[in-house]
Write a protein that binds this ligand. Structure first.
Ligand SMILES: CC(=O)SCCNC(=O)CCNC(=O)[C@H](O)C(C)(C)COP(=O)(O)OP(=O)(O)OC[C@H]1O[C@@H](n2cnc3c(N)ncnc32)[C@H](O)[C@@H]1OP(=O)(O)O
Ligand SMILES: O=CC(=O)O
Ligand SMILES: [Mg+2]
Length: 719
């Protein structure tokens, strides 16, 4: 029996047909006929444009390659380079000043500022955790990370260390003193937090050894409730809630004079459920798995049962919190982050659906199916909006194309125009260089712009592949081009009126265990005028939330409003280095570092379908690796190969050597198959090919090789 069924002229994999017809459509006022015929129409309409946009990327890249062959690096003639880019249509005319017009957005997007968590939606356990990461324990975040020293008396140890606990309570008290100062004294000395009712209103009374005091800003007290025997006091600052949990019966509360057992922070205001770079979804089976989780997040039914700490745990979406406001009215606090979904970009195709026997654009399918699932939204947007984050678009034309796709989806599903909002990832060079025009194309539906600096770095290397050898990957980050890219994004966003209307976001913190360093670095994000920034985990969200109490983002945006936007010369200033500026040892070490990262990431992707992993670098620092970070490493090696800093044999030998290191790192994983035993294995070959053939990959993307390898392994494992 064929795996495919004919639906309005498309061949659709039965797994997708069943999912759509049996799991998504029931309960919606969309018939199967309406969905498939609408989908077939939109695929037929958009497939040719999709193909021509991809062809244009390749054509422009080869023109840029030719320019470098003729003139060398950009620095040889910056004005000539810019002129050339205009001439080939890479740079387009800037539109006149305008203000975005998007309506119907939730406050988490427009008026609240806070962390944005990203999670692979394919992993239900993590996806649920990420949705629930709206609220996080500050005590746990302090205790469990290096924001409090892990050395000496306050080291964590195997069981609870009361000295570390005391350091946690002390640090939390400092946060409370800075954010919710008392009229007299310190939160450190509080012996009782009590809600006192007087007539129709209630107030927060605070007692210290010196007597009775209160919050300096009495209006910061916004609610209270008794939940499961714990008394909870809700405070608000910069729009974000903080909950003081009073529980004298608990281990921690029992040691605190006022019984303060935790401080719960409003943490991930928004969470991106990712169908893209943190996910390995290569066929109909995988894609349906991804969509099923997204559906469950939308209709509130997703749950996952797993073992943790020797116990079976079932994780579900959190309910909203209900409190009593000081005036006696009800205060409802949303239990979950506002969920956004990242679709894939315009590049890849999927054989889950065939048109004339050929795979269709995966982005077309993602748009249709993720929006259809979102029509079952019972727990997410209060305005009925659907938030799609669209990655890897090259320039305004591709943004306009994404908007046209969303428009077609709205039409086929009977949704009002502009129900589907777009988050523009500024992560390809042509988008950065034409950002104002790109935002203009989406002005009626844009809900965020953000700097995906990881993909952006990969694209920078790939675009300038022929210009000369690139710097080491950590050095690239410190160059002027990236500072100007970050600044341009904020300043152009402000000029287009995003302040108070949409998010201006910053990128990922890719060292998930280095939270002290994150706290140093990420304060710069709100301070630069970004109202959100990506974090890799719920704990990171709770910690990064502290920054939004320290910094008033709208004031920062106001401060920057009239700052001049850096010009294109700075944006195109990525240097190339003299071929022999590095010692042999430095070259070998960098090559080893890249090889280890690529292998460590790719092997789990290909063998196990894990799209995002924590992989140790050469200094044994755990790095979040996804397709974007892998793009950087593979493009960096490909570039050095192209310019003769390393030879093909050297690259191969290094990958073989590092395979042994990666095998050792994974030795406790029962599902892992060592690579050093067989250098012809699919995983090893895929990793090596990403480097050896990196220069030939479209825009330097990793997914074509990764998908092909994973599909091979899936077929082999099944047979
Ligand atoms: C360039 C880009 O596109 S960046 C965007 C794509 N990247 C991402 O989405 C990164 C998301 N982060 C992750 O996937 C993970 O944090 C990783 C892979 C980096 C590390 O994962 P692990 O090695 O499993 O982390 P670790 O063991 O420290 O922590 C696991 C715990 O943290 C939770 N956790 C970790 N990351 C997340 C997350 N992003 N969302 C929700 N929960 C998370 C897990 O649920 C788990 O808790 P549980 O046992 O209660 O379920
Ligand atoms: O998607 C994010 C990036 O940095 O790339
Ligand atoms: Mg990216």
């Amino acid at each position: 029996m064929s795996d495919y069924q004919t639906k309005s002229g498309l061949s659709v994999h039965s797994l997708l047909v069943d999912f759509v017809e049996k799991e998504v459509l029931p309960g919606l006022e969309v018939s199967a006929e309406q969905f498939w015929s609408g989908f077939a129409g939109m695929v037929a309409e958009h497939a040719p444009t999709n193909a021509s946009l991809l062809a244009k990327r390749d054509a422009m890249q080869s023109q840029i390659d030719d320019w470098h062959h003729k003139y060398g690096p950009v620095s040889s003639n910056p004005q000539g380079y810019e002129f050339f880019l205009r001439d080939i249509g890479y740079l387009v005319p800037e539109p006149a000043d305008f203000t975005i017009e998007t309506g119907g957005l939730d406050p988490e997007i427009t008026t609240l500022c806070g962390p944005q968590l990203v999670v692979p939606v394919s992993n239900a356990r993590y996806a649920l955790n990420a949705a629930n990461a709206r609220w996080g324990s500050l005590y746990d975040a302090f205790y469990g990370t290096d924001v409090i020293s892990r050395q000496g008396d306050i080291a964590p140890g195997k069981s609870y260390n009361p000295a570390r606990g005391a350091a946690v309570v002390d640090k939390a008290a400092s946060f409370l003193d800075n954010t919710f100062p008392l009229s007299a004294g310190s939160h450190r000395d509080v012996t009782a937090y009590s809600v006192v009712e007087a007539g129709d209103s209630a107030s927060l009374e605070i007692t210290t050894a010196a007597g009775t005091t209160a919050l300096k800003d009495a209006a910061a007290f916004v609610g209270h409730a008794t939940n499961g025997g714990k008394f909870e006091i809700v405070l608000r600052h910069n729009g974000l809630h903080v909950i003081l949990v009073i529980d004298k019966g608990s281990v921690i509360g029992g040691t605190h004079a006022a019984g303060l057992s935790d401080v719960i922070m409003e943490s991930a205001l928004t969470t991106i459920q990712d169908c893209e770079d943190s996910v390995a979804a290569v066929d109909a089976e995988d894609k349906v798995g991804v969509y099923r989780n997204w559906l469950g997040l939308m209709n509130g039914t997703l749950q996952d049962t797993f073992e943790k700490g020797g116990k079976q745990v079932t994780r579900k979406l959190k309910q909203d919190g209900v409190y009593t406001a000081p005036d006696g009215s009800e205060l409802v606090l949303k239990g979950r982050a506002l969920l956004l979904v990242r679709n894939v970009g315009h590049l890849m195709t999927t054989d889950a659906v065939l048109l004339d026997g050929k795979p269709i654009g995966e982005g077309l399918m993602d748009a249709a199916v993720t929006v259809l699932c979102a029509m079952q939204d019972k727990v997410n947007s209060r305005t009925g909006a659907v938030y799609i984050v669209k990655p890897k678009m090259h320039g305004p034309e591709e943004v306009a194309f994404a908007c046209a796709i969303f428009g077609s989806v709205e039409k086929m599903l009977g949704l009002a125009p502009n129900t589907v909002k777009i988050g523009i990832m500024d992560e390809e060079r042509r988008t950065s260089a034409n950002l104002k025009a790109a935002i203009y194309e989406a002005r009626q539906r844009v809900f965020f712009i953000n700097t995906g600096f990881l993909d952006r770095t990969g694209d920078e290397i790939h675009t300038a592949m022929e210009a000369g050898p690139v710097l080491r990957k950590d050095e690239i980050k410190n160059e002027r081009w990236i500072a100007s890219y970050e600044d341009r994004n904020v300043l152009i966003g402000l000029a287009c009126g995003l302040s108070g209307r949409a998010q201006i976001g910053k990128g990922m913190w890719a060292r998930p265990d280095d939270m002290a360093a994150m706290m140093e670095a990420k304060g710069g994000h709100p301070n630069s005028g970004a109202n959100t920034a990506w974090v890799p985990s719920p704990t990171a969200a709770t910690l990064h939330a502290l920054h939004y109490h320290q910094i008033d983002v709208f004031a920062a945006q106001h401060r920057r409003h009239n700052e001049a936007v850096p010009g294109l010369t700075a944006l195109f200033s990525m240097p190339v280095q003299a071929p022999f500026a590095l010692s042999r040892e430095e070259i070998t070490r960098e090559l080893e570092n890249n090889a280890q990262g690529i292998l460590g990431y790719v092997v789990r992707w290909v063998q196990q379908g894990v799209g995002c992993s924590k992989v140790p670098d050469i200094n044994n620092v755990g790095l979040m690796e996804d397709r974007a970070t892998c793009r950087i490493s593979s493009q960096a090696v490909a570039n050095w190969l192209r310019h003769g800093l390393v030879s093909r044999d050297e690259v191969t030998a290094t990958f073989e050597r590092m395979a042994t290191v990666v095998d050792k790192q994974n030795e406790s994983d029962p599902l892992y198959r060592p690579m050093a035993e067989n250098f012809q294995s699919v995983a090893f070959r895929a990793a090596l090919d990403l480097a050896l053939h990196g220069a030939d990959q479209p825009s330097g993307y990793t997914e074509p090789l990764l998908h092909a390898a994973r599909r091979k392994v899936k077929v082999r494992d099944k047979s």
